[in-house]
Design a protein around this ligand. Structure first.
Ligand SMILES: *Cc1c(COP(=O)(O)O)cnc(C)c1O
Length: 302
């Protein structure tokens, strides 16, 4: 609790056996090589697919090994875990996504923990609450935003003002459009990246909006001033064969294309977050731009 940052960092790393850390690095190399090959085949560029490390149940010390090896994107399923690990990883640059269910009463915690993206939006009420919370913080000022929703001012350190952009051209444009009249001149409005989670497998146990309801959800989320939809996410069908697995990923790609054509999704909402340890190569072949891998990097979860 009262140790310095440096001390805590050393303790975290020392808590891992060197062999355990090396095993994580070796598996990362292996997964990254496979992702690059598949991305090159599917998209013509080995860089086209981002690797998100699904870090549920993993202690911060193991996640740190991956971040220090140069991986920057992690995803937590539970808000509680996101909140618990955020302080331990604050000194390593990274981007944290929420990839599991978000309940309305956890919106403030999620923002405060620094989430840069919520991939699991399947309910307009939660999306509205996220946007409204950011709006409230915007009115409270830059310090409140930096403390309570740091992931919405990405590209700026907490010490900087909001006078810089959130990074992407589209984000900046969007932000310009919505800040008029609210923020001081030159400021850019805070925006949280979100993805819409679609249940493409049809299993009742899975969360995500039904494909038939995705267009209505996209239209409702799209108009929220402090959210920017970057794309769609799905868990996919846990099949044993390629023929069983691929259709749920093909469906997400086709849905994304259709919703961008109708204008329900912004034209630049091209992200497709799909594919896990067992099937990411198939997901990439079907157009994934982001895969979420856990056990292939960190080992089987106990
Ligand atoms: C756990 C999890 C993953 C990763 O699963 P692995 O099979 O361990 O790679 C991906 N996405 C979500 C939503 C998860 O919960």
């Amino acid at each position: 609790m009262f140790r310095s940052e440096t001390m805590r960092t050393m303790t975290d790393v020392d808590a891992l056996q060197p062999a355990e850390a090396q095993a994580i690095r070796d598996r990362l190399d292996e997964v990254a090589a496979k992702v690059r090959t598949a991305a090159n085949e599917a998209h013509g560029s080995p860089e086209a697919v981002r690797i998100l490390l699904a870090t549920k149940t993993q202690p911060a010390a193991r996640i740190r090994v991956a971040l220090e090896a140069g991986f920057t994107l992690i995803g937590e399923n539970r808000v509680q875990e996101l909140v618990a690990k955020a302080p331990d990883l604050a000194d390593v640059p990274h981007e944290a996504h929420l990839i599991g269910l978000l309940q309305k009463n956890k919106v403030n915690h999620t923002l405060r923990a620094g989430a840069a993206c919520v991939q699991s939006i399947d309910d307009v009420a939660v999306a509205q609450k996220l946007s409204a919370r950011i709006e409230t913080l915007l009115h409270e000022g830059a310090a409140a935003l930096a403390a309570e929703a740091p992931g919405t001012v990405r590209g700026t350190s907490p010490a900087q003002s909001l006078g810089t952009t959130t990074g992407t051209a589209s984000g900046a444009e969007h932000a310009d459009h919505i800040t008029s009249g609210i923020a001081p001149a030159g400021a850019v409005a805070p925006v949280l990246e979100v993805m819409l989670q679609v249940n493409t497998s049809g299993e009742e146990s899975k969360s995500g909006v039904a494909p038939a309801d995705a267009e209505a959800l996209a239209e409702q989320v799209r108009v929220l001033p402090h959210l920017r939809i970057s794309g769609l996410m799905t868990i996919g069908f846990p099949g044993a064969t390629e023929a069983e697995i691929r259709p749920s990923y093909a469906d997400l790609r086709e849905l994304s294309q259709r919703l961008r054509e109708t204008g329900a999704l912004p034209a630049d909402a091209t992200a497709l977050s799909m594919g896990m340890s067992g099937d990411y190569a198939l997901a990439i072949a079907e157009g994934a731009t982001m895969v979420r891998v856990g056990s292939s990097v960190f080992g089987a979860r106990s």
